[in-house]
Design a protein around this ligand. Sequence first.
Ligand code: GLC
Length: 719
Amino acid sequence: MTSQRIIQLVKEMTLEEKAAQLLQLAATFYEDGDGQITGPMESLGIGEMEVNNAGSVLGISEPEKIIQIQQAYLAKNRHGIPLLFMADIIHGFKTIFPIPLAMGSSWDLELAERSAEVAAKETAVSGVHVTFAPMADLVRDPRWGRVMESTGEDPYLNALFAGAMVRGFQGEDLTHEIERVAACVKHFAAYGLAEGGRDYNTVDLSERSLREYYLPAYKAALEEGCEMVMTSFNTIDSIPASGNRKLMRDLLRGEWGFDGVLISDWAAIGEMIPHGVAEDEREAALKAITAGVDIEMMTPTYVHHIPQLVSEGRVDEALVDEAVTRILELKEKLGLFDNPLRGADPEAAREVVYCDEHRRIAQELAAKSCVLLKNEGVLPLRREQKVAVIGPFAQSGDILGSWSWAGSQETALQLGAAMQKLASSDLITLAEGSDIISVSKQQLQQAEAAAQEADVIVLALGEASEMSGEASSRSNIQLPEAQLELIQAMKRLGKPIAVVLFNGRPLDLHGVIDQVDAVLEAWFPGSEGGAAVADLLYGVVNPSGKLTMSFPYTVGQIPVYYNHYNTGRPKPAEDTDEQYVSKYLDIPNAPLLPFGYGLSYTTFEYSSLELSSEVMTPEETIKVSVQIRNTGKVKGIETVQLYVRDISGEVVRPMRELKGFRKVELAPGEAARVVFELGEEQLRYYHSDLSFTSDAGKFEVFVGPNSRDTLQVGFRLNK
Ligand code: GLC
């Protein structure tokens, strides 16, 4: 119910002031030390009026500056409407958590929610009100640099993580909780399907697939009360999302009933011109406001053209009032009318931001996000071993990953230093060995010297953080040649080698995993990542991460994902000599490492998969239980995964779909029976007419440590 205050404000605002309320400007327009409003106005074709009446600003993180700007702004705003401060707090504010693709590999929803809570606390006390997170784009193409921002290739898991992040950011009630921030789920929709894995590229898919795979995570965020949605840069059904009425007005606002604030991505409204669906800014503005986009981020089409479009009768002023009202309601919900500075508190920020407790949580999540990909008797290291830590990440703070702009590489604990802290520094030698993309003879010689006395070599390798993230697509997803050369040079020493990878995407691991004894995937583990990885290497923590995105055999295999269809000519086995089946002549069909894959320092045995019944009606549920035993020598956490396959649908159905998982911790020799409950609603899917229902028929259930190595049993759904 809109408050009288807002109804009155909208009544009193001029059309120009309303249009300005829909504008979001970058920090540069407001930052110059004494809070006076300056900035590159001419480049955007706007003036003092627009800057003094813009509704929101993005990208400022210092509380002192935010306080100054808000006070200066309010002194000039005729209606006393406060600015809304927004920022990209994707995986932490100053305490940087593992990148979302790493966090997803933890399969730990509670810890993910806590990471968002911590990020919200540090963000709110710094004066920011909204974060442009969670990013809920499903991803299947590791050439795309923004896979690092996603939790992976599964719609069910992505939806759980998106909901957990919204709960952590927003809590129960934004009005009373100044330690929380409003969340903005993005990028609506299906940005992760950019053709060729090339950022901003065309996205084209059926509405059925859109609903089945790409929409669930956004919807889950909204069901948790996510306050905002951000449009995506890409086309959907050949129409750019920011001008796509069917997607925004009909589906998001109509069918889903979303009445929160819809913001464009950066310049995405103006970009409808190069997309080729708007001849000029005026047409772009018309299409965007008609589609229901409330805030225009960093292009001036609304302030330039909305007043005239309304006065010409091309746009109903009610549409503009609706957009303004939604923005003012968000400001009211955040308590900004009564307290425009909300949580901004420089003193408190010095206490809260990057405090020990926050860093402890970040270290715990980082340790749980790393995935042990291979281990042939080398890990865990023993404290008394002489270890040479070699590679561009041996002594690097570049372990925060993309979208960590409020964090600092300088304070990140580097792997080498962390290992010297854990073992004793005279047992650990460090050498760069190579740069990220180049290697010199001298670097190799220094590396060989450092490894001379070592019992074991740890190679710290990977991508520079700017090789993933926005506008960072790669056509070749191998480690850079220089690092492959370093591996070969170290291999010639004939010592055990463990590789730790710091990267923002699944890589083609040829020349790595086939060349060394152990591989630990650390992703970009965040500000506490060095300590977390050191704990894992020495067995202080037993690795428990599981991949949420397949590692392709090679880039030529992309897209490769676990929940694929069978085709009419499935390849019967990798070594088949059948010619006319769906296969490559030169590589296997299977990915190098499947969804859900991850090793431990112990081993787990799965046995006696049982169903409480072999038939089910929609009114009943089936209990699925499996015995799991720790058959190794150390305690470990295993993520037991439940998959289902619908043998025959009205449309083709995936070979497997994740329907549940349980994390169990078992001591050596300890066993447990893990029980899942399956109901008819988990068997529903989008039919060709877009109805979301289940079909009677045969189903297979798979349970195991990943999407490939599973026990299997069948049941029927009778209707
Ligand atoms: C960027 C990104 C988006 C981000 C926005 C503001 O282009 O696509 O994820 O939130 O601009 O920085």
